[in-house]
Design a protein around this ligand. Structure first.
Ligand code: SF4
Ligand code: SF4
Ligand code: F3S
Length: 370
C-alpha cells in the first residue's frame, strides 16, 4: 500500500507495479462489460484513468469482521483489481497499512488535509453509537467522531459491505451497540452503497473506477446502490431459473432434485428478492456463486437480511408478492406456454420491485446529526 500524496498519474503507478497497458485496458473492458456499458467505454475509461492524477482514497473500518477487506484483497492470488485498488492511492487503511499508532493517524490527517474536498472516503463496518461510542474507537476517538471528521472533506462516500450500507449483522436485533449504517450518521454527502456480506470485489472496484473516471455518482437505486450492479435480482439471472419456471424444486440438500440442479426456492433461496450481481459476475474470478455451490442465496446484499427469518424457509407468498401476483408453484403450472411464462416473469419482477425496502429503524438511541 502507498502512503502519502503522490503526483504520479494512475498510468505511471500502474507501470511501476508492472501492469501493462494491454492488461489495464482488458481489466477496464471487463469492468465496463460487467456494468453493461458499451464496449468502447472500457478503453475510454482506461485512457481517462491512465492520464488522471491518482485520486486519494481514505478507507475507514469500523464495526466489521474484515470480510469486506478480505473480499477486496483476496489472498488466494494477487489480482489486477487488488493492484489497481492499491495503485489508485489508498492513503489510509488501518487494516492493510504497515504504519500503526500515531504514524497511521498522521497519514490519515495528512491525506485529508492535502486532498480536502477531493478524496473518496471508503467505509466498511457499521458505526456503533451506544456507550458514547466506546464500542469502536481508534486513537482514543470513537468511530462516529472519526467518520464525521473524515466525511467533511470527502467528495463522496462509498460504503463497502452491508454493515456500512445498512447496518448489517451488528445492526441486527437487538443491536446491542446501537449500530448505524453510514447514512444514519452522515446526511450531507453523496453516499454510494456497495452492499453484500461481503460485497463482490469487481463491484467494489467497478464502482470506484466509475466514480474516479467520471467524477459522477452513478445512477443509484432506492437503497443508493449502483443500478449497473444492483439492477437485477439474483433470480433474474440465475442459471437454475428454467427449473423454477418448470416448478422443479429441490426438497432437501441431498435429494434427486438437488443432485439434478433444480431450483432452491423451497430450501429458502432468497434470490427472488435479492439485488446483486453474483449470478452474472460470480465469485473467485468467475468460478462460482452460492447457488452454483448448492446453497440458496441468503439475501446478504439486502437491508435487514439477518432479521428476515430463517435462511432455510421458503419466501412466503406474502413476501413474494401481493394479491394477483404469480406465486412460484403457479409459475410451474403456467410454464407449459412460453407466452404465459413471459407474463409470469414480468409480474414476478414487478412484485419484487415492491419488496425493496429501506432498512428498519435501529433499536436504541438516535444518532446525533451528521
Ligand atoms: Fe463482515 Fe459482512 Fe459486515 Fe463485510 S458486510 S464487515 S463481510 S459482516
Ligand atoms: Fe435460482 Fe433461487 Fe431463483 Fe431458484 S429461487 S431460480 S435457485 S435464484
Ligand atoms: Fe450474497 Fe446471495 Fe450473492 S447470499 S453472495 S447476494 S448469491
Amino acid at each position: 500500500m502507498t502512503q502519502g500524496t503522490s503526483e504520479l498519474t494512475v498510468g505511471e503507478m500502474l507501470l511501476k507495479y508492472g501492469i501493462s497497458r494491454r492488461s489495464f485496458i482488458k481489466f477496464c473492458t471487463a469492468t465496463a462489460s460487467a456494468m453493461a456499458l458499451p464496449p468502447w467505454m472500457g478503453p475510454a475509461m482506461a485512457e481517462q484513468l491512465r492520464n488522471s492524477p491518482r485520486p486519494s482514497v481514505v478507507y475507514l473500518s469500523f464495526q466489521e469482521c474484515t470480510g469486506c477487506a478480505e473480499s477486496l484483497t483476496r489472498s488466494f492470488a494477487p489480482t489486477i483489481e487488488n493492484l489497481i485498488f492499491n495503485t489508485i492511492s489508498l492513503d489510509y487503511n488501518d487494516t492493510l497499512m504497515a504504519a500503526a499508532g500515531e504514524a497511521a493517524e498522521s497519514a490519515r490527517t495528512k491525506a485529508m488535509q492535502d486532498n480536502f474536498g477531493k478524496y473518496v472516503l471508503v467505509v466498511d463496518g457499521s458505526v456503533p453509537t451506544g456507550a458514547g461510542g466506546a464500542y469502536c474507537a481508534a486513537g482514543g476517538r470513537s468511530a462516529v467522531d472519526i467518520l464525521r471528521e473524515a466525511a467533511k472533506g470527502a467528495a463522496a462516500i462509498v460504503c463497502v459491505g452491508t454493515c456500512a450500507s445498512f447496518g448489517g449483522i451488528p445492526f441486527a436485533d437487538p443491536n446491542p451497540t446501537t449500530a448505524w449504517p453510514v447514512s444514519g450518521i452522515i446526511s450531507d454527502k453523496p453516499i454510494i452503497n456497495v452492499s453484500g456480506c461481503p460485497p463482490m470485489p469487481e463491484v467494489i472496484t467497478g464502482t470506484l473506477l466509475q466514480f474516479i473516471s467520471t467524477g459522477q455518482v452513478p445512477d443509484l437505486d432506492e437503497h443508493r446502490r449502483p443500478k449497473v450492479f444492483f439492477g437485477n435480482t439474483i433470480h433474474d439471472r440465475c442459471y437454475r431459473r428454467p427449473f423454477y419456471d418448470q416448478g422443479k424444486f429441490a426438497k432437501s440438500f441431498d435429494d434427486e432434485g438437488a443432485r439434478n440442479g433444480w431450483c432452491l426456492y423451497e430450501l429458502g433461496c432468497k434470490g427472488p428478492t435479492t439485488y446483486n450481481a453474483c449470478a452474472t459476475i460470480k465469485w473467485n474470478g468467475g468460478t462460482s456463486f452460492p447457488i452454483q455451490s448448492g446453497h440458496g442465496c441468503i439475501g446478504c446484499s439486502e437491508p435487514g437480511f439477518w432479521d428476515k427469518g430463517s435462511f432455510y424457509s421458503a419466501l412466503s407468498t406474502a413476501a413474494w408478492g401481493k394479491a394477483g401476483e404469480v406465486a412460484p408453484r403457479q409459475v410451474g403450472k403456467l410454464a407449459a406456454g412460453a407466452a404465459a411464462v413471459g407474463v409470469a416473469l414480468g409480474v414476478a419482477s414487478a412484485g419484487v420491485s415492491r419488496l425493496r425496502q429501506r432498512p428498519s429503524e435501529p433499536h436504541g438511541n438516535e444518532p446525533k446529526g451528521g
